[in-house]
Design a binder for this molecule. Sequence first.
Ligand SMILES: Cc1ncc(COP(=O)(O)O)c(C=O)c1O
Length: 435
Amino acid sequence: MEKLAIDGGNPVRSRNPIVETDVFEEEEFNALMEVAKSKKLRRAEATVEYERTIAEWFGVKHAIAVSNGTTALHIALAAFGIGPGDEVIVTPYTFVASDTAVLEQNAIPIFADIDPVHLTLDLEDVERKITPRTKAIIPVTISGSLVDMDPLMELAKKHNLYVLEDACQSLGARYKGKLVGTIGHVGVFSTVTGKITNTGEGGFVITNDTELYEKMWGYQDFARRRSLGPASKYHFDLPCTNYRITNMQAAIGTQQMHRAWDLIHKRTENANYLREKLADCPGIVLPSESPWGERVYFYFLIRLLPEVLGTDMLNFAVALASEGVYNIKYLSTTRWMIPQHLEPLFVNKAGYGGTKCPFECPWYEGEVEYYKGLCPVAEKACDEVFWLASVHPLLEKQDLDDIAAAVIKVTNAFIEKKEQGIPINYATDEQRAIL
Ligand SMILES: Cc1ncc(COP(=O)(O)O)c(C=O)c1O
């Protein structure tokens, strides 16, 4: 057995752990300098140009660039007219923003379970969770894995629901030929560092619905009416806030959209390389291909088989970090999901101003509880699916080789230890308490 680094052996990788940076080339630099020279740093022409570029790229009527993916989700829900007393069906296998955006409108996130292979919404459970209070569904194409959108759209139509595609991790994925984000009423994307295109912070919405577009445009800028132009500036007739992006981010974003297909293809190439390298690795299941189209890759997700490896994900993560491929400091934030319904926020129904509002609020006629067992498939996925690596376009072949070698080394060692009856207990009590 090759001695694991955590047992005192040599790590697979002795140079620096892999760190992601933004893709920022001469084109982005020049575009940014142009905005700087124009001295128009806030939202202006460069943002309009970015929005036009996005809309053209997707082949949709409208795009609005905003401060981030979370605010993009919020303006869409606001434009749908979601409010107190309403329910919105969300997946528990996502980043927290997909569901806290619902709370921003004082509505109730209702979690439906996921499908164990694709890790996206299980439509049968979605249907079971629909009530007279349901107003929208948020399918999330998690790490580029597709949702079966045709039956989801049919279900939404039957119950008169809005569909908000959270495509923050899946720019360029195609469902039956259609770009993800263009199928629901609104599609939402994030461009925060690490996502498929980057503007540091940033996000955007896309839609073909002009009425929703006008409303969303307003919500990103103090609910101003775009049609009134500057005259609307001090006429505030709705609750409102400021989610504007800057021209600086937009100028970078336009260049990122020009290189988007290269970034997407490079990620797929990296994922396929890892797929090949790990094809015969025991104790893990590789990410699913989609039966409904062409997925993309944000991270490369592997499912660990605890019955083969003889241990849980935390021990695996700690041993893998010791092999030097990633920094253990970032363990909890990027290596797995937490079932959203088990976040303390939901279990404790922690509401605004220290109350339990909106969960327990006179406007809400339903009853909601969040507990273990609510979405068992998602809970199991969160225990077993490890976010192995971002397949970032700047990764070098050597990085991918190191990642694959480390996984093979750790899985083989764990299997041998299991066979020899050697207990595996690397994660500290402190790590178990916080992760
Ligand atoms: C699925 C998903 N939804 C929403 C967001 C929120 O995007 P942002 O971080 O830009 O607010 C993210 C990313 O962070 C995400 O991964």
